[in-house]
Design a binder for this molecule. Structure first.
Ligand code: MSP
Length: 478
């Protein structure tokens, strides 16, 4: 299919409460989905929950629940919280769904028949929180390097996937710039060159997983199962034309799985590869790592309660560059809400609206719009530099506010200048829509335009401007 855009988020472990980290990845995908939709592309955006594996089985046992019942309840938490964040995903995939299980087994069968899976014995460490295998050298003070928790020694019969066989193909693939940002790409290349080996893809002493189609005494390793969600999500309802993903958004902690295991599985199954894998940074809370143990997890309702959903979305992508780590601060979120959204954007709109109400408006060419650096915005969409996109939009908002000030429009009652401002507000709202969709929609209703990219260049129809007062977009927070 031409003119399509397929974007994915990782699927989340449902035993965790949805928090700012999960929200960050999912809002980023939502921004790209909304942007591509208003640019006229056919978009498919998928997210979901990763429901098999030892971690979930243990959590269910702790709750005295069957694993299935446990995940059924918890997957709903994610769906409920995603509603609060205004996310427009097209599919929510759960790895316990029959369709997904069937596809995982089909791929396993194909890879097995090709000769890429063999029976062997695994000896090594396993961290259940990461659901990942480690060697002695990977550990820090004998603990998991990520979770700083004790790891388990495993010695068992397992099926291996011939990952090493794909070493050269993977290294060639990285030359095509599939991994972003650049710095992460280099890390992966170094690791693949120095430590790639075959991957254990089955567990014998675990029940909660997808049975191997060629040996029912083993269940599939949870990452092998989970990664395939991106493929099974588009096998439903004739969505297969969306394959392959145009971009897969993930956090930097899970890049190894996505940049190494995932393309190798696809190569073995002879399926097309994703075009881009983007690894974003991590959020800290007041400079501390976010963790349940520290008790500083920022849940979705906490995040929204500070200044509303639009300001939360804006803050997350304005505050830091998408590939870098960010530090969450309630104070800075409020200050951006007050100073940038309320003072700059809100004031531009309320002043322009009331001046039009008082003085009227006359059609003219929008010369003011020449000051907008649209090319830069488009380039930065390609790079997922959301902070820069917002920077250039706000640079133009400043230009518009200065225009009112310098031209003293409240005195001159310049109806043509008011048209330029109204038309510029239209452009600003369309560009901001992926970030603050609720606000852009209100503005579009008031000024009478449809939110689509092609409207950036077509003149605003003045007879559609709403004569009633513009609703307040941002209440200031003390
Ligand atoms: N289930 C796996 C993914 C399988 S995808 C085939 C998993 N799930 S997770 O729930 O642990 O995490 C999912 C995402 O949340 C990751 O992209 C991770 O980077 C992100 N984050 C979790 N905490 C985070 C922060 N504090 N900051 C930013 N993102 C973080 O891994």
């Amino acid at each position: 299919m031409t003119n399509k855009f397929y974007v994915t988020t990782p699927i989340y472990y449902p035993n965790d409460v949805p928090h700012i980290g999960h929200a960050y990845t999912t809002i980023a995908a939502d921004i790209l989905a909304r942007w591509n939709r208003i640019c006229g592309k056919k978009v498919f955006f998928t997210t979901g929950t990763d429901e098999h594996g030892k971690k979930i089985q243990q959590a269910a046992e702790k709750n005295n629940s069957s694993a299935k019942k446990f995940v059924d309840t918890l997957a709903e938490n994610f769906k409920n919280d995603w509603k609060k964040l205004d996310l427009t995903y097209d599919s929510f995939i759960r790895t316990t769904s029959e369709n997904h299980k069937k596809i995982v087994q089909e791929i396993l069968k194909k890879v097995y028949e090709k000769g890429d899976i063999y029976l062997g014995k695994y000896q090594g460490y396993y961290c259940t929180s990461c659901e990942a295998y480690y060697t002695k050298k990977d550990l820090k003070n004998n603990l998991c390097p990520i979770h700083k928790k004790e790891v388990e020694w495993i010695e068992e019969e397992t099926y291996f996937f011939k990952l090493f066989k794909y070493r050269n193909k993977l290294l060639n693939l990285y030359k095509k710039n599939i991994i972003a940002p650049e710095k992460r790409k280099k890390e992966i290349i170094n690791r693949v060159e120095s430590e790639l080996k075959d991957l254990s893809i089955s567990r014998k002493n675990l029940k909660w997983g997808i049975e191997l189609p060629f040996d029912k005494t083993h269940v599939t390793y949870v990452w092998f199962d989970a990664l395939i969600n991106y493929y099974s999500a588009v096998q439903e309802k004739n969505k297969n034309l969306f394959w392959p993903p145009d971009i897969q958004i993930i956090g930097k902690d899970i890049l190894w799985f996505h940049a190494v295991y995932w393309p190798a599985i696809l190569m073995s199954a002879e399926l097309e590869l994703p075009k881009k894998i983007f690894a974003h940074g991590w959020w800290t809370n007041n400079n501390e790592k976010i963790s349940k143990t520290t008790g500083n997890v920022i849940g979705i309702s906490d995040l929204i309660s500070i200044a509303g959903v639009n300001s939360a979305r804006y803050f997350l992508f304005r505050e830091t560059s998408f590939g870098q780590d960010g530090n969450f601060s309630k104070k800075i979120l409020i200050s951006r809400h007050n100073n940038e959204l309320a003072n700059k954007l809100g004031n531009l709109i309320s002043r322009t609206s009331s001046l039009i109400e008082k003085n009227g408006i006359t059609n003219t060419e929008n010369k003011l719009a020449k000051k907008l650096r649209l090319r830069k915005i488009l380039e930065n969409y390609e790079l997922c530099r959301f902070d820069k996109i917002l920077y250039y939009i706000f640079e133009f908002i400043d230009v518009c506010n200065e225009y009112i000030q310098n031209k003293k429009i409240w005195k001159t009652k310049d109806k043509k200048a008011l048209y330029e401002l109204a038309d510029s507000i239209k452009i600003i709202s369309i560009l901001l829509y992926p970030f603050i969709p609720g606000i852009s929609e209100k503005i579009s209703q008031h000024f009478g335009f449809e939110i689509k990219y092609s409207n950036i260049c077509s003149s605003l129809k003045i007879h559609k401007i709403n004569k009633t007062k513009m609703p307040i977009l941002f209440e200031k927070i003390k």
